[in-house]
Design a protein around this ligand. Structure first.
Ligand code: CAA
Length: 262
């Protein structure tokens, strides 16, 4: 994807097979305006389509991952326009991307910023990451999946407390409660750690990675027995791929697999 075509994000390919998207509205603490979200979706689609990227890292800056949806853009909306135009529906496009996405969260991840971080596949954070769903203080509620994903991730008691009080929570709490996969010691280590993990994922067969992401995500949609059956069927289908033969033969022959993505 051409760097020049974006105004609110920066894109790069810092490691083999790894795309990086940096949210870049620092003066507005990376508030997630509609133009920014449109660019984010476009960049993710472009990485997915390029076939070069096997995983993507989304990050912000040290002060803010994202301080929420853009309040200045929203303040004059009325019900008819919000409902009529299905305001922020396009945020969900991110969840349709088939390659793994890792968020490296430093600073504020509030409201829509917290929701964006919870939409990705792996959430990493730095020591000063600050999470929260402060919408209640603005007279609204989370609108981009926060009430659902936070409750799934940390359970009803804590989610209810956070959403009803609008109180922030720390990186250490996010990890302890199972929302963040890891907390790093510095903001830089968080981004590097996310790139390391993305590089590891990108080094594997693309079909198995895509299947793994799909089955884990399905766990949140299905009952257990349906989910286990779905997983087994996808597992079985991978025996139709060349990468399965390559991976298992390489193991047996003590060689490094050369994935083909077929
Ligand atoms: N939307 C628009 N602009 C924002 C913003 C947001 N969500 N968050 C911060 N900004 C802007 C500020 O207005 C300010 O702009 P100016 O310099 O033009 O005044 C600039 O970013 C810097 O912010 P502050 O001066 O407020 O910085 P601070 O360090 O004093 O405070 C903060 C930081 C506590 C995060 C504070 O900015 C804040 O409370 N932001 C709003 C957080 C919030 O309520 N988020 C939820 C939004 S609603 C939502 O997301 C709905 C949904 O579910 C989809």
């Amino acid at each position: 994807p051409a760097e020049a075509s974006y105004e609110h994000i920066l894109i790069s390919t810092p490691r083999p097979g790894v795309g990086q998207i940096t949210l870049n509205r620092p003066k507005a603490l990376n508030a997630l305006s509609t133009p920014l979200m449109t660019e984010l979706n476009a960049a993710l689609r472009a990485f997915e389509a390029s076939k070069e990227a096997g995983a993507v890292v989304i990050t912000g800056n040290e002060k803010a991952f994202a301080a929420g949806a853009d309040i200045k853009e929203m303040k004059d909306l009325n019900f008819a326009s919000a409902f009529g135009n299905d305001f922020i529906k396009n945020w969900s496009e991110l969840t349709q991307i088939s390659i793994p996405i890792i968020a490296a969260v430093n600073g504020y991840a509030l409201g829509g910023g917290c929701e964006l971080a919870m939409m990705v596949d792996i959430l990493y954070c730095g020591p000063k990451a600050t999470f929260g769903q402060p919408e209640i203080k603005l007279g609204v509620i989370p609108g981009a999946g926060g009430s659902q994903r936070l409750t799934w991730a940390i359970g009803k008691a804590k989610a209810m407390e956070i959403i009803l009080t609008g109180k922030n929570f720390s990186a250490e709490e996010a990890e302890r409660w199972g929302l963040a996969a890891r907390v790093f010691e510095t903001p830089e280590a968080c981004v590097e750690g996310a790139l390391d993990t993305a590089e590891t994922i990108a080094s594997y067969g693309r079909l198995a990675v895509k299947a793994a992401k799909e089955v884990v995500n399905q766990s949140m949609e299905n009952g257990l027995s349906e989910g286990v059956k779905f997983e087994r069927r996808v597992f079985q289908s991978l025996f139709a791929t060349r990468d399965q033969k390559i991976g298992m033969t390489a193991f047996a022959e003590k060689k490094k697999p050369q994935w083909t993505g077929e």
